[in-house]
Design a protein around this ligand. Structure first.
Ligand code: AMP
Length: 217
């Protein structure tokens, strides 16, 4: 099962990705998480990527494609994978096909989460994450038991550098201009399903699962 999750920043790809990983026992590969780990580790890739990420721009494709190529070649991906945040441009989608395409398609299902822009801003500006375990919270919709502290590991929660309102607006503009054309690309390939991402996470998860299973029938 090879799934790609699409949708604007804040549409719930990370939350849905974590749920789908459990349902299908496939690795959840988030290009944003991989890039943030590279920045944290101070690797050459991280140093090159950081400036773009802080400004809400896309990291140049050749850097991201190399990183994903290595990740999908790992052993845990032989039974499939769930891509979150990649591909983000038509160019990346074409490269992905040529990367894995020799042994079948690189993606069997594409699920796009649709959420209104104002909702996205509200979600992202209240988002907090745990730097230790990656668990996600929201100050109003999903607060931790104790203010600013992760329920699971007790670490102090952080705000992502790019979750500030000005950068969020920039990321949305980048999504509209560079990523939304991917919907057409996958629509033409007849593997796109659109899911309303506005509902509660568990409800969205049900719709995502139904979309993927329906196509397999
Ligand atoms: P995300 O966590 O998916 O919102 O990604 C955070 C940031 O990482 C984005 O705003 C981009 O700067 C960068 N990024 C993540 N995935 C990609 C990608 N596929 N192509 C280019 N840049 C990416």
């Amino acid at each position: 099962m090879k799934i790609a999750l699409l949708g604007p920043p804040g549409s719930g790809k990370g939350t849905q990705g974590a749920m789908l990983r459990e349902s299908f026992s496939i690795p959840h590969i988030s290009s944003g998480d991989l890039l943030r780990a590279a920045v944290e580790a101070g690797s050459e890739l991280g140093d090159q990527a950081k400036g773009y990420m802080d400004k809400g721009q896309l990291v140049p494709s050749e850097l991201v494609i190399g990183m994903i190529r290595e990740r999908v070649a790992e052993n845990d991906c032989t039974g499939g994978y769930l891509l979150d945040g990649f591909p983000r441009t038509v160019e990346q989608a074409e490269k992905l096909e040529s990367m894995v395409g020799a042994n079948g398609h690189a993606v069997d299902h594409v699920v796009a989460l649709e959420v209104e822009e104002d909702k996205v801003v509200e979600r992202l500006s209240g988002r907090r994450s745990c730097p230790e375990c990656g668990r996600l919270y929201h100050v109003s919709f999903q607060p931790p038991r104790s203010d600013g502290i992760c329920d699971d590991c007790g670490a102090e929660l952080m705000i992502r550098d790019d979750d500030r309102e000005e950068t969020i607006r920039k990321r949305l503009e980048v999504y509209r201009r560079q990523t939304a054309p991917l919907l057409d690309f996958y629509e033409k390939a007849a593997i796109l399903r659109i899911v309303d991402g506005d509902a509660a996470p568990a409800e969205v998860a049900e719709q995502v699962l139904a979309a993927v299973r329906e196509e397999d029938d």
